[in-house]
Design a protein around this ligand. Structure first.
Ligand code: ATP
Ligand code: MG
Length: 189
C-alpha cells in the first residue's frame, strides 16, 4: 500500500458509491432535505460504513488488507428508501427498509477475517445507514419525501479517514469485488 499522507491511520470498511450513484443520491435525496437542518455531508463523502476500525497501529494495516481480500459475499441490491434520525450522534441518515442477507454476510465475513488482527471492534449490531447530515439538533418537523435509490452493490472498500482543517477527508485505499461464486481479488480503481 502507498504511504499515507495522513498523520494517523483511522480506517473503516465501507460501501463506497461510484460517481453516478453519488449524483443520483444528491438529486433524489440530499437536495430534498430542508436547509439549515444540519451540516450536510459532502456528496463525495457519502458512504455506508460496514465496520469502523478506528485508529489502527501501522503494524496492523497489512493484516487488515489481507482480511479485506479474504472477506466474501455475493453482490446484492440495497434500496435506500428510509430516512432516520439518531439523537445521540445527532445524525440524519438514509438507509434501506430491508437489508439483504448478503449485506449481513459481508459484515460477518469481515469480522471473522479480521480476527487474527487483534483489533477491538464495536460489538453493536450492524444497522445499514448513510449519514446525510451531522449536528442535527432535532428531527425535521415535517415529513420529507425522497425518491428511493437502488444501489447494485458489487464491491466494498477499505477507507482512510484523514483529519484535515475543519473536518475529515476520506480516501479509499483498496476496493474488492463481491464475487457471485465466492473468492476474492482486488479491483483496480
Ligand atoms: P468527524 O468524526 O470528524 O465528525 P466522521 O465521523 O465522518 O467525521 P470518522 O469519525 O473518521 O469521520 O468516521 C468514519 C466513518 O465511521 C463514518 O461513517 C462514521 O459515522 C463511522 N464511525 C465513526 N466512529 C464510529 C464508531 N464508534 N462506531 C461505528 N461507526 C463509527
Ligand atoms: Mg466521527
Amino acid at each position: 500500500m502507498n504511504a499515507s499522507p495522513c498523520a494517523s491511520r483511522r480506517l473503516f470498511f465501507a460501501l463506497w458509491p461510484d460517481e453516478a450513484l453519488r449524483e443520483v443520491l444528491a438529486a433524489h435525496v440530499c437536495r430534498r432535505l430542508p436547509r439549515r437542518l444540519g451540516r450536510s455531508v459532502p456528496t463525495a463523502h457519502l458512504h455506508i460504513t460496514l465496520l469502523f476500525l478506528g485508529n489502527v497501529p501501522a503494524t496492523r494495516v497489512s493484516c487488515i488488507e489481507e482480511a479485506g481480500a479474504r472477506a466474501d459475499a455475493p453482490p446484492f441490491e440495497i434500496v435506500l428508501d428510509r430516512l432516520g434520525y439518531w439523537p445521540r450522534p445527532r445524525v440524519f441518515w438514509v438507509g434501506p427498509s430491508h437489508s439483504p442477507a448478503a449485506l449481513f454476510q459481508l459484515v460477518g465475513s469481515l469480522r471473522r477475517a479480521l480476527e487474527p488482527c487483534g483489533l477491538t471492534l464495536d460489538g453493536r449490531p450492524f444497522q445499514a445507514h448513510m449519514t446525510l447530515l451531522r449536528k442535527v439538533a432535532r428531527p425535521p418537523a415535517r415529513k420529507i419525501d425522497i425518491t428511493p435509490v437502488s444501489w447494485q452493490v458489487s464491491d466494498f472498500a477499505l477507507v482512510e479517514s484523514c483529519p484535515v482543517e475543519g473536518g475529515v477527508r476520506y480516501r479509499p485505499l483498496h476496493v474488492w469485488p463481491l464475487a457471485a461464486a465466492g473468492g476474492g481479488g482486488e479491483a483496480g480503481r
